[in-house]
Design a protein around this ligand. Structure first.
Ligand code: HEC
Length: 535
């Protein structure tokens, strides 16, 4: 047994990645404590002494107290919010080498995590919590970061925010938070969450000045948030028939749950709200209508990553943290037939503890049959074949509108290695209107974007999509290390390309013509999809 080896663990329960690693840290402690390794909690003083900048991170010192390893525990997270199967177990390798009497082969690895706040409040600080920071947090963050919110910690008081000031500066600078991927464009989105550059600079300056509070009396009141169903008492609440187990050490789960609706008669849904059972683990959900009860043949629950595993008759919509209730445009509704099942496709994101989730959906009905037709124009391609290492692979699609439509929303979809998305409309006169632009696609924060004010595009307008994929090792969201050839498919290692434009034909009678044109597009798409040549 070799005495005198200490592992300093720099962890933080406010950092999701740190919590995610908890089960592995517990296993490492259980494996190596009996072999004489000592584990110590790293505090701010130790972080300063040993040069730890983020949590989670470890520093290993030898018998003489000198640092022999500093960095990550394993390589599961190449960037904040990105998780893959670890292929390198750096801490274990370092400890094994030391226990065998050797030296650590790689003494330093990059640690990815949440920045540690070091600086104490400065005397002459210009930015204070009460004056400049609280208003920005309350407006942009507290909707999720509050007691009973969907984020893992609150940011409503100075005591909440100050220890996290550096992490706040870090995630806002990278535009990871608030989690909103669409750039501001020609048509504003409902509920858009985006910080200005000036607000980002405020957070940075505040962290540098040691996150002072200022005069507590000057802090604006915390906004009142409503905790129950946002639209009042629902007409019906449907609940997952059984809880879904999400264990601490499980990988991300993509589960489809078949929920019988048991309607006594046909109904029209005018609004819905999804409520996660355990907010810590439900990362996003998509709600499909299964009028033919086709999903049941897959079982009550089944794994489903990119596609739901049956042909849905409609979709109610989606949910991501921060989403509240969704009301459909006036005079539209989603029809639910008597025997319908609902299929919840849920992405579970383990949070470091064993838990169960039983999510619910509130439905609000209207007695009025829809007078206007909501339709979806799906741009996309199945012709995807991206060589390992390819940095800019372009997927395009086009569709010319045969009739005038009102555009109400848009849903971009791809898996992990897509980087940039552009949706555009070129009007008959040649004028271009940007529908959506994403510069930094993140599968984990996909969402349904609703336009604040729906707008009309005339017949003859060309809808266009350009998606760019990066299948190189330089893409931190690449799930394969080293990169592998990627083709179209529903699994997490495959890719997809879809831009769903939600429209309502301006004249109801035009719905048939639009429907036929969309079928024509699908048929052409099938003809044009050729099996990729072998490499
Ligand atoms: C729509 C809901 C939502 C909003 C709005 C939001 N957050 Fe978050 N935030 C989350 C969730 C959920 C997580 C946990 C992410 C995870 O588990 O990977 C998180 C994590 C974080 C983290 C931990 C680091 C990380 O990325 O994992 C920080 C710091 C943070 N948020 C700061 C902010 C700040 C500052 C704002 C406002 C400027 C903000 N957030 C707005 C939902 C939100």
């Amino acid at each position: 047994m070799i005495a005198g080896i200490t592992v300093y663990l720099f962890l933080s329960t406010a950092c999701p990645l740190s919590n995610r690693l908890q089960p592995e840290i517990a296993r490492i402690q259980a494996d190596y404590t009996p072999r004489g390794i000592r584990f110590a909690k790293g505090d701010a003083a130790a972080a300063r002494k040993f040069g730890a900048r983020v949590t989670p991170q470890v520093v290993v010192t030898g018998p003489n107290g000198r640092v022999v390893y500093r960095g990550r525990i394993d390589d599961r997270s190449p960037a904040l919010g990105v998780y893959r199967e670890p292929s390198k177990h750096d801490l274990r390798d370092a400890l094994d080498a030391l226990l065998a009497g050797g030296t650590v082969a790689v003494a330093e690895t990059p640690a990815v995590g949440c920045a540690i706040q070091f600086d104490a409040p400065k005397q002459n600080a210009t930015i204070t919590f009460s004056k400049q920071i609280a208003p920005v947090l309350f407006r942009n963050c507290a909707g999720c970061h509050r007691a009973n919110g969907t984020a893992p910690f609150a940011l409503t008081t100075h005591a909440d925010a100050a220890p996290r000031a550096s992490a706040i500066a870090q995630v806002t600078r990278a535009r990871l938070m608030p989690p909103w991927k669409a750039e501001p464009g020609a048509h504003a989105f409902r509920g858009a969450m985006r910080l200005t550059d000036a607000e980002i600079r405020l957070f940075e300056q505040w962290a540098k000045e040691g996150a002072p509070e200022g005069d507590p009396a000057a802090t604006p009141p915390v906004p009142a948030f409503r905790d129950g169903w946002q639209l009042g008492e629902p007409d019906m609440v449907i609940r997952m028939p059984k809880p879904i187990r999400v264990s601490a050490s499980s990988p991300d789960l993509y589960t489809c749950i078949v929920v019988p609706v048991n309607l006594p008669a046909d109904r029209y849904v005018r609004a819905y709200e999804f409520r996660p059972g355990d907010k810590r683990v439900v990362h996003h959900a998509i709600l499909f209508v299964d009028g033919l009860r086709a999903a049941r043949k897959n079982g009550e629950t089944y794994p489903c990553f990119g596609v739901p595993g049956f042909l849905p008759s409609a979709a109610l919509g989606g949910w991501t943290p921060g989403f509240t209730a969704t009301e459909y445009p006036p005079k539209t509704a989603v029809a639910l037939r008597k025997g319908t099942d609902l299929v919840m496709q849920v992405h579970y994101h383990p949070a470091g503890t064993d838990t169960e989730d039983r999510s619910e959906v509130a439905l609000y009905f209207t007695p009025d049959p829809p007078q206007r037709r909501m339709m979806e124009i799906a741009l996309g391609s199945r012709n995807i074949d991206i060589a390992a290492g390819e940095r800019r692979y372009l997927v395009r699609d086009r569709f010319e509108l045969p009739v005038d439509v009102e555009v109400t929303g848009i849903i971009p979809h791809a898996h992990y290695i897509c980087r940039e998305m552009t949706g555009r409309a070129t009007l008959p006169g040649g004028r271009r209107v940007e529908l959506i632009r994403v510069r930094d696609w993140d599968f984990n924060w996909q969402r349904h974007y609703h336009y604040e004010k729906p707008f009309v595009l005339p017949a003859g307008t060309r809808l266009e999509m350009d998606f760019v994929y990066d299948n190189s090792a330089a893409n931190p969201r690449n799930p394969s290390s080293p990169p592998k050839r990627v083709q179209w498919g529903p699994d997490s290692g495959d890719e997809m390309a879809g831009l769903h434009v939600q429209v309502i034909p301006v004249r109801n009678e035009d719905a048939t013509e639009l429907g036929q044109a969309l079928w024509g597009k699908i048929m052409r798409g099938i003809r044009e999809t050729r099996p990729a040549p072998p490499r």
